[in-house]
Design a protein around this ligand. Structure first.
Ligand SMILES: Cc1ncc(COP(=O)(O)O)c(C=O)c1O
Length: 373
């Protein structure tokens, strides 16, 4: 079967070149006569693979020397706990900006672990369709947490809150390396790999060294202590070797395609094309407000999503959405069903999505709109 255009929010499409390289090296990687899946993580064969992946992240993200790069497990969701456990140790107070489902989950975990949590701002009043403006934060917080790109709601910060000396922590799971980011403005950055970096299985953490403590909150398990992993070069226990290997290859692919600046150009070209189409359409509309729109996740509704709750309107909306997704799948455009909290459709157009993919989507959308006026 021909390859499809995959608009999944995660796990997501990987660059085809990377998949081909992985396939070519499946039985014999670097002349070792083994697949990376079979290698000991402590072997001479694996050592350069993890070192290269780390060096490439450092290079592409321009990570300053006083930050450690960690390859962890447990997904971004485990970071929701590791952050309060390791950073919430001076005043036990933390501040969160609530911009969607993942931001809420991160905040809930800090509360669960006994921190005194302040919600600095929230966009829940409008179903998280925008990013609140919190330019400056003061207070005795141990850290301030933001979700830089909101995968479900399709919103993204177009500014970085100024938190002064308070460490700023950001979940960049769904926007890492989509455009340049000044790492030095953050105390800690984290991202699950399964959108822009690699298959699922590894979580990238970039942490300023002064935030790595050997006295996390009492009772913190060894595995949830950043210092454990920082001291052992992410080799305290068996790391997800194959995922790290693919991540390294994706980093080289990004470099070949112009690095973070190259990704920015590529991503804005795709996103602008899609948003321009949506903004001009009288059949579809984007749900995220201008000024807060993600260039990675684009949720959109049709004119049949009126908000009316009567049975006929709900049934018509479902019929149209189902028909859209079914027709798209038949046309080789997959995983476009919207998240249940937003409804409609969502096109996730991460780094690996091509401009041709977005053009094919718009062509299909146009045809569908004409047929369902
Ligand atoms: C912004 C964001 N944060 C956190 C998560 C949770 O990630 P994981 O499944 O790796 O725990 C997701 C998953 O989609 C996400 O989009």
């Amino acid at each position: 079967m021909a390859r499809v255009f995959n608009f999944s929010a995660g796990p997501s499409a990987l660059p085809e070149e990377v998949l081909k390289e992985c396939a070519a090296e499946m039985l014999d990687c670097n002349g070792t006569g083994q697949s990376v899946m079979e290698m000991s993580h402590r072997s001479k064969a694996f050592e350069p693979i993890i070192q290269d992946a780390e060096a490439m992240v450092r290079k592409l993200m321009n990570v300053p020397a006083n930050y450690k790069i960690l390859f962890l497990q447990g997904g971004a969701s485990t970071q929701f706990a590791m952050i309060p456990l390791n950073l919430g140790i001076k005043t036990g107070k933390a501040a969160y900006i609530k911009t969607g489902v993942w931001a809420k989950k991160a905040e809930a975990e800090a509360k669960k672990l006994g921190l005194e949590v302040t919600t600095l701002a929230s966009s829940e009043d409008k179903n998280f369709t925008y990013i609140p403006r919190v330019e400056k934060v003061t207070g005795d917080y141990d850290y301030v947490h933001i979700t830089f790109n909101n995968t479900i709601m399709g919103t993204h910060y177009e500014y970085i809150p100024d938190t002064g000396n308070i460490p700023l922590v950001a979940d960049i799971s769904s926007c890492i390396l989509s455009e340049p980011l000044d790492v030095s403005k953050f105390g800690l950055l984290y991202a699950g790999a399964q959108k822009n970096l690699a298959p699922a299985g590894v979580t990238l953490v970039i942490i300023r060294e002064d935030l790595i403590t050997d006295t996390p909150r009492p009772g913190t398990p060894t595995m949830l202590t950043y210092k454990t992993h920082a001291d052992e070069g992410s080799m305290f226990n068996t790391p997800p070797c194959y995922t790290i290997y693919v991540l390294g290859k994706v980093m080289h692919w990004i470099e070949k395609n112009g690095g973070a600046e190259g990704m920015k150009k590529r991503n804005y070209e795709k996103a602008n094309l899609l948003y321009d189409y949506l903004d001009k359409s009288d059949f579809y509309h984007a749900t995220a407000e201008k000024g807060s729109r993600s260039i990675m996740n684009v949720p959109f509704l049709t004119k049949y999503s009126t908000g009316a709750k009567d049975d006929a309107s709900v049934a018509k909306e479902k019929e149209i959405n189902d028909a859209f997704v079914k027709g798209a799948t038949a046309a080789g455009l997959v995983n476009l069903k919207g998240h249940r909290l937003v409804g409609g459709m969502r096109a996730s157009i991460y780094n690996a999505m091509t401009l041709d993919g977005v053009k094919a989507l718009i062509k299909y959308m146009d045809k569908f709109a004409a047929e369902n006026k």
